[in-house]
Design a protein around this ligand. Sequence first.
Ligand code: NDP
Length: 455
Amino acid sequence: MSYKAVNPFNGKTIREFPDATDAEVDQALKKANHFYHAAKNQPISERAAQLEKLANEFSEHNEKYARFLTTNMGKLISQARSEVKKNVEFAMYYVKNGAQALQPVPYNNIPGKEAHVEFSSIGTIMSVEPWNFPYTQIMRVFAPNFIIGNPVILKHASIVPECAQAFEDACKTAGIPEGAFKNLFINYDQVNHIIADTRVQGVALTGSENAGRKIAAEAGKNLKKSTMELGGTDVSIILNDADLKTAVEGTVAARLNNSGQVCTAAKRYIVQSGIYADFLAGIIDEFSKRRLGDPLDERTTLGPLSSRSAQQNLHQQVKKILAGGAKILWGDPELPQGPGALFNPLIISGMTLDNPMYDTELFGPVAQVYKADTEEDILKIANHSNYGLGGAVYSKDAEHAKHIASQVETGQVAINQPLSSYPELPFGGVKNSGYGRELSDMGIREFVNAKTILN
Ligand code: NDP
């Protein structure tokens, strides 16, 4: 059985789930297609009411759902509760705004003619999701597509099966119609089989660049629209005139949240020379306050990585970085003893372009620091990346920070705050960070038939 929940703090197996059979896959496709056709004759308001019930289910049983996150992938229990809350916010955004975002758009710009574009469902969406935000990654895809009337079939990461099961159970409890959402414990071949099925019209993936290349190729081969939310090596730019406290707190939170396993985490700090020494002292102070331990213990402030293999992988990456000439400014690169996946936080400097690990996404509590004199140098370092997901700029001059932000080659940049996902705002990247947008009115229009009617 490849779907297995193992507590990453103590290495103990919690539960295994049987692999889905091909017959179950076919059944799921059939039921999804049935929902797709039935939803065409159902007003959006009915699905909005059903989605609200799902939001209420998560809201009323926050603790129950949060604990699956903590035990399956090691998220601090406080952050797990926040993820369940965010899951509710994502759903409620589409409950309240979904129908409006799908209103026809008039195009009365041809003399003597009237035209409009209307938006309708297109079919089943294959959603492949990662373990770092096990519920909200599903909800980002499910909520807008449910409102439109596109059913979603989920292949979740194999290490968070209880979370995948819990989401499906929540849908059943909330009365989400059969076929609208189905979690399947499937292998990669079965994912490809689903993508190739003619009833499937869209593919949404969040994950690594490697997974993105493979799934996007399958989607392309079958002429299916896809969205790819992939990795990043996001920068936090700290200008000389930044408010030190805001910059330190914001950048450390943006690096250590979720034990550093966030696509938009602040993986590279680029610090202007005038503030470098103070900033460094500030982040070392913050990093050293973190207490590694059991994510269920409220006193812990840095939980384990998601799995033993994630821990081993990051450990190897750090060794290669150091062999490539970079230096540890602060922290212990040795792995903590024990059966779990704990990882000591590290601050690294001296990463150069010729380091073989330059531009590798480090998915854990490892910050890289760069010092730069001019804004030109800062932007050169920031944009010397094949990724382009997010970033942040810290300066007391917000207008100036916005000017810098406009020149960072990514899909989103926050000013004087860590980058975060808001349901109201589009989320996505450029370059190897993928394509397409999730959330907001843009997210709900990714998998639609935008049909032009000309009169
Ligand atoms: P992956 O990208 O491999 O996994 C993400 C999802 O894709 C999982 O559900 C996985 O399934 C699935 N998947 C992967 N390859 C295929 C394929 N060929 N066909 C179908 N499904 C596939 O992430 P990992 O868990 O392996 O993490 C590796 C690295 O990826 C991390 O260290 C990090 O750098 C990056 N990553 C980035 C994320 C982000 O948010 N940007 C999220 C997760 C990872 P399964 O679990 O069964 O392999």
